[in-house]
Design a protein around this ligand. Structure first.
Ligand code: SAM
Ligand code: SF4
Length: 319
C-alpha cells in the first residue's frame, strides 16, 4: 500500500523478542527490561499481523529481535510466515551464535536470506564489543549459512574506534560469496551516545586496501544499502548511510516491536498499539494497520538529537 506521501510500503520488520544472548555495548549493554510473558506477542499474533499486512500488499518480512534465535520455535515460525498467502520474502537478522545448527532447516523452509551482525573479526575486539568471547560460534554460523546455500550478508556498525576493524571484516568477502555491509550508528538507544564513522570515512579506509572499490547499481536487497565492488572481492561491500545521507523519500518499511507496537519510523516514539487491537478488537486489525502505515512520518530527524522521541532501544525495535 501507499502512505500519505505516496511511498509504497511493502516491507515489515518483526521483532519477535527483546531478549538477547549478547550485550553489545551500543545496543543493550545492560540487557533487556523485564517483561511479562503476556507482554510479548505470541507467534499466532505475529502471524495474524503478518497476514493482515500481506493483504495490504506487504510482501517482504524481516524477522529480528533482540536475538530472534533465542526465542523457542523461531524456525517453525519462519516456516509458517513464509507459507502465508501473499508473503514473498522472509529474511532473518541474527547475531549468528545459534545459527549453525538450524541453517540447513532455514534453507529448506525457503528463507530468502540471513543478515548476520558482526562488528569485529578479532576475538578480543568481539568480546569487548559484545561482552562475550563467542566469535567462534558466529563464524560457525556464517560457514553453515553459506554451506546451506543461504543468501548471506554481514552487518557491521560503524562504531567509534572501528577504524582498524573495517578491513578485517571486509576480508570476509574476499573468498566467500557474501556481502559485508557497514552501517552508520543511529542515535537510538545506547547508540545515541556513540556516534561513529560516516560512510565516506569508512570508504576511505577500505580504499587503502581496495583502491578500485567502486559503486555498482545492481539491486541486492530490499533496503537502502549502496553497494561497491572491487577486484579481489568475491562479495560486495555495502554501506547504509541513514544518518549522513537521508533516504526517507524512498523508505519502504514499517516495524512491529515484540510488544506489538507498529512503528512507522525509527526516529519517533509514536507507535500504534496493535496488541490491544489484536486482543480486544481483532476485527479492527486491518484498519488499524492501514491507518498506522498511511500516517508514516515524512522523514526521520536523526540530524537533530533533541527531536528524536524514540526512547526504546534498538533491541526492542528490531534494528
Ligand atoms: N540480534 C540481532 C542482530 O544483532 O543482528 C537482531 C537485532 S539487532 C537490534 C539488529 C541490528 O541493529 C544489528 O545489526 C545491530 O548491529 C543494529 N543496531 C543496533 N543498535 C544500532 C544503532 N544505534 N545504530 C545502527 N544499528 C544498530
Ligand atoms: Fe543483541 Fe543484536 Fe543488540 Fe547485539 S545488536 S545486543 S546481538 S540485539
Amino acid at each position: 500500500m501507499q502512505d500519505r506521501y505516496g511511498r509504497t510500503i511493502d516491507y515489515l520488520r518483526l521483532s519477535i523478542t527483546d531478549r538477547c544472548n549478547l550485550r553489545c555495548r551500543y545496543c543493550m549493554p545492560d540487557g533487556a527490561p523485564l517483561l511479562a510473558h503476556s507482554d510479548i506477542l505470541t507467534y499466532e499474533e505475529f502471524l495474524q499481523v503478518a497476514a493482515a499486512a500481506a493483504a495490504l500488499g506487504i510482501t517482504k518480512f524481516k524477522v529480528t529481535g533482540g536475538e530472534p534465535l533465542v526465542r523457542r520455535g523461531c524456525v517453525e515460525f519462519l516456516r509458517r510466515l513464509k507459507a502465508l498467502p501473499g508473503v514473498e520474502q522472509v529474511t532473518l537478522t541474527t547475531n549468528g551464535l545459534l545459527l549453525a545448527p538450524v541453517a540447513g532447516q532455514m534453507a529448506a523452509l525457503g528463507l530468502n536470506g540471513v543478515n548476520i551482525s558482526l562488528d569485529a573479526a578479532d576475538p578480543a575486539a568481539f568480546a569487548a564489543i559484545t561482552g562475550f568471547d563467542r566469535l567462534g560460534e558466529v563464524n560457525a554460523g556464517i560457514d553453515a549459512a553459506l554451506a546451506a546455500g543461504l543468501k548471506t550478508k554481514l552487518n557491521c556498525v560503524l562504531l567509534p574506534g572501528c577504524e582498524t576493524r573495517l578491513v578485517p571484516l571486509a576480508r570476509y568477502a574476499e573468498n566467500r560469496p557474501l556481502d559485508v555491509r557497514f552501517i552508520e550508528v543511529m542515535p537510538i538507544g545506547a547508540g545515541a551516545a556513540q556516534p561513529g564513522l560516516n560512510r565516506d570515512a569508512a570508504l576511505k579506509i577500505l580504499r587503502q586496501v581496495w583502491p578500485d572499490l567502486h559503486p555498482v547499481t545492481e539491486h541486492r536487497g530490499n533496503g537502502p544499502a549502496h553497494y561497491y565492488a572491487a577486484e579481489g572481492l568475491t562479495g560486495r561491500i555495502g554501506v547504509i548511510d541513514a544518518v549522513s545521507h537521508k533516504f526517507c523519500a524512498g523508505c519502504n518499511r514499517v516495524r512491529l516491536t515484540s510488544t506489538g507496537r507498529l512503528k512507522p519510523c525509527l526516529c519517533y516514539g509514536e507507535a500504534a498499539d496493535l496488541r490491544a487491537v489484536l486482543r480486544e478488537n481483532p476485527a479492527q486489525l486491518p484498519e488499524a494497520l492501514r491507518r498506522a502505515i498511511f500516517e508514516k512520518p515524512r522523514a526521520h530527524c536523526f540530524e537533530d538529537a533533541a527531536a528524536v522521541t524514540e526512547r526504546r532501544g534498538m533491541s526492542q525495535i528490531g534494528g
